[in-house]
Write a protein that binds this ligand. Structure first.
Ligand code: NAD
Length: 736
């Protein structure tokens, strides 16, 4: 038997071991060829009498498999559209349905082949790969730190379409199953066992032996749901117990998704309908929904941005090709405050040595103590060992002496946001660091080009802009000053990759990219409030539009005095017309009259009591001076305002040459500031409705709410020509 992606051997006891180990990939993925191999495997195991059963495992050291190759699914969608044009909708749909359920049928064939199959899993086993494991009759996972199982498809706008919804919902109570499928979380070994997703947890070295032992002990080649007398964990859908679940499930679905995610709704349908049917029919129902979701604009947008583009950016799509890869050994961080302490942590966590400098040793030590706290929290949660903490802390050297920057490859400053302080720090650091090292600034508001001007080696100067909280936020904006050279860019990107974050490369401008869009989002919330829109409505409408937090909550987190400071600085630099007086009035009243600074002093748009949840501050109504009748408000328009103001700013950033690649605008918008993920990001939102419709929407809003909604010239051109951002970028790449 010829297998392209598996090694196959049968031991003396007659147990086959299929080791999945794709030659040209660091992690196994499901491709058409892998599906073919699995088919051959099933044939061999079932027809060869000498084989008692089979164990499937991975030949990769740290992983089983990440699941299906999403570009394969993307290709399927494209093939559908082509076929629909050539041979009509019906033929295309049949082709699409057949193709999209191949994996589901294959796994069902494995499950019902009559010989026992077991999966021995080490490392991540996700999506389509975990669905493979679920179709095996027995699952052993390693107790390794890196081991995770799960069905994360909803995170890219899809859902598990190879039996996942049906098998999970037959293994555990329906409520738990729905929660797992809705969230798409990665599950650790012990939890997987207690959820009934796996049968056994064992040390890594023993998983194959345990799986084989199960086969030899007469492991039954039958899934529980195929056995006589099987009962659903939450009883039948139409039973008193079963009916307890669905009203709540619908409410939870609405609360969690605001009905923005068709894939999650499809999970609800597939489980509800599937649980009323025998397995084969249930799988067919799941396939029908899967084929529908696979063609949805939300899935297309999310796969493109959150999988394809993100992977491309992580792999260095924007890295200058001519510069050899660097391996960073030591990074200097100057300023051990709120940001610097976190930057030191993520850097040390990536195995890189850090010198953490502040004005005196006490401040530097305090910055290091933050890492101690973070790892200790991890230890308490059982996610790290004391030895991990010791190793990480040993990598951070606190210092008050710039001379300790002598052997750093990169130095990042996170000192006070004051050009004079920055200039002094840059000069002192440059005098101490090696000639060839790169200097990065984490400033959020000062122009990088201006800071680079103060540097001795401006071509080695770059912006490395982190988002707070650094430990959690995946995005890093890498900002090119006019003078920045390729070597600085390459090293900055290598660094971002090393700390496992996603970079977007943007050109220098006020607020760079992300904060410009976020600033507009906050301003729209402020202006709505001053118009008399009830604050609770502003917050809820934002969530309905797909934003993770409302603008008022977000401003409380960012700090209201910071928002006021930025408004004042903008006015000072660009003139009165650059700021909205209504917004300024709101912010100055809150900060200067009321002393409301945000969460940090427990008084912002919300009150933050010592105990219990935050509540909107009742005084907001008096500041607004008027209250509109909520029933008379157009919810759809409020939602549009909050998204359009951000997307329009992204479009302006493109026209101004700040963002040069739509992939970066989209990825940055979702992972940087949570722009409604189902849209695929700020520019996909515009492309999705078409520039013409977007411009019309902007004009409608501009007529009603003012010039801030006026579309820019490039958008108008695109509306006239029917171009899209992605179409233009592809055209530019072809021309280059
Ligand atoms: P912070 O006040 O918490 O920390 C600044 C630290 O720099 C302090 O520990 C201070 O002692 C130290 N420092 C000041 N002058 C110094 C000098 N000459 N030498 C050595 N150390 C010195 O401020 P922060 O919030 O961490 O912000 C730091 C930078 O990061 C700013 O440029 C800010 O714009 C940027 N930033 C902040 C955020 C945020 O959310 N706070 C987000 C992105 C970027």
């Amino acid at each position: 038997m010829e297998l392209a992606n598996f090694r196959f051997e049968v031991d003396a006891d007659g147990v086959a071991l299929a080791t999945w180990d794709m030659a040209d990939r660091s992690m196994n993925v499901i491709t058409p060829q892998v599906m073919e191999d699995i088919g051959k495997l099933i044939d061999e195991v079932t027809t060869n009498d000498a084989i008692k059963g089979c164990v499937i495992t991975s030949g990769k050291d740290g992983s089983f498999s990440g699941g299906a190759d999403l570009t394969m699914l993307q290709g399927l969608g494209m093939a559908y559209h082509k076929l629909a044009k050539q041979q009509g909708e019906e033929t295309a749909m049949q082709f699409f349905f057949d193709e999209s359920r191949r994996l589901s049928l294959l796994y069902r064939r494995l499950e019902t082949c009559g010989k026992p199959f077991a999966a021995a899993i080490n490392g991540v086993c996700l999506g389509g790969a975990f669905e493979l494991a679920l179709s095996c009759h027995y699952r052993v996972v390693s107790d390794d730190k890196a081991t995770r199982v799960g069905l994360p498809e909803v995170k890219v706008g899809l859902f598990p379409g190879a039996g996942g919804t049906q098998r999970v919902a037959r293994l555990m109570p329906t409520g738990d199953a729905l929660q797992m499928l809705f969230k798409g979380e990665q599950i650790r070994p012990a939890a997987a066992k207690s959820m009934n997703l796996v049968h056994e947890v064992a040390p890594k070295a023993e998983i194959v032996a345990k799986a084989k032992a199960w086969v030899l002990a007469g492991g039954k080649p039958q899934a529980p749901w195929d056995a006589e007398g099987y009962r659903l964990p939450s009883n039948k859908v139409y039973s008193p117990q079963g009916m307890m679940i669905w009203p709540a499930a619908n409410a939870i679905y609405r609360r969690e998704t605001q009905n923005n995610y068709p894939a999650i709704k499809a999970v609800l349908h597939a489980v509800y309908e599937g649980l009323q049917l025998p397995m084969d029919l249930a799988l067919k129902v799941e396939s029908r929904y899967f084929a529908k979701i696979l063609r949805s604009p939300e899935a297309a947008a999310m796969i493109r941005t959150l999988f394809v583009s993100m992977q491309e950016l992580n792999k260095g799509a924007r890295r200058p090709a001519g510069v050899p890869a660097s391996s960073l050994k030591k990074v200097g961080v100057i300023g051990a405050g709120f940001m610097g302490a976190s930057v030191a942590y993520v850097t040390a966590n990536a195995g890189i040595d850090v010198v953490l400098i502040d004005r005196d040793m006490e401040a530097a030590e305090k910055g290091k103590a933050y890492s101690h706290k973070l790892v200790t929290d991890q230890i308490m949660k059982g996610r790290a060992k004391t030895a991990d903490r010791d190793a990480l802390l040993a990598r951070i050297t606190p210092s008050a002496d710039y001379a300790s920057l002598a052997d750093c490859d990169l130095v990042i400053e996170a000192v006070f946001e004051d050009p004079k302080v920055k200039a002094e720090v840059i000069a002192r650091a440059e005098a101490a660091m090696p000639e060839g090292a790169i200097f990065g600034s984490n400033t959020s508001t000062l122009p990088i080009t201006g800071l680079a001007d103060t540097a001795k080696r401006p071509e080695q100067f770059i912006g490395i802009h982190f988002f707070s909280p650094v430990e959690k936020m995946l995005l890093v904006e890498v900002i090119m000053a006019k003078q920045t050279g390729d070597k600085a860019l390459a090293l900055a990107l290598d660094y971002v990759r090393a700390i496992k974050k996603t970079p977007i490369v943007v050109n220098d401008a006020r607020g760079f990219y992300a904060n410009r869009c976020v600033g507009n989002y906050l301003r729209e919330g402020h202006l709505m409030l001053m118009e008399g829109v009830p604050p609770a409505m502003i917050e809820n409408v934002a969530k309905m539009a797909g934003m993770p937090v409302g603008p008022l909550s977000l401003n409380d987190e960012v700090a209201i005095d910071l928002a006021l400071k930025i408004v004042k600085a903008t006015k000072a630099q660009l003139g009165d017309a650059a700021v909205d007086p209504v917004q300024e009035k709101l912010l100055s009243t809150l900060v200067e009259t009321e002393g409301r600074l945000g969460r940090k002093n427990r008084k912002g748009f919300y009150d933050y009591p010592e105990k219990g949840p935050k509540t909107l501050w009742p005084g907001l109504a008096a500041i607004a001076g008027q209250q509109l009748d909520p029933d008379a408000l157009d919810m759809e328009e409020l939602k549009q305002r909050l998204l359009v103001t951000q997307a329009l700013e992204a479009a302006r950033s493109v026209e101004e040459g700040i963002v040069t690649d739509p992939r970066e605008a989209d990825v940055g918008s979702i992972i940087g500031f949570g722009f409604a993920p189902y849209t695929g990001g700020t520019l996909s939102y515009i492309d999705g409705m078409g520039a013409k419709a977007f411009v019309a929407l902007c004009e409608k809003l501009a007529a009603k709410y003012g010039a801030r909604f006026e579309p820019n010239a490039q958008l108008r051109d695109m509306a006239a020509s029917g171009e899209t951002f992605y179409g233009r970028a592809a055209g530019a790449r072809r021309a280059a």
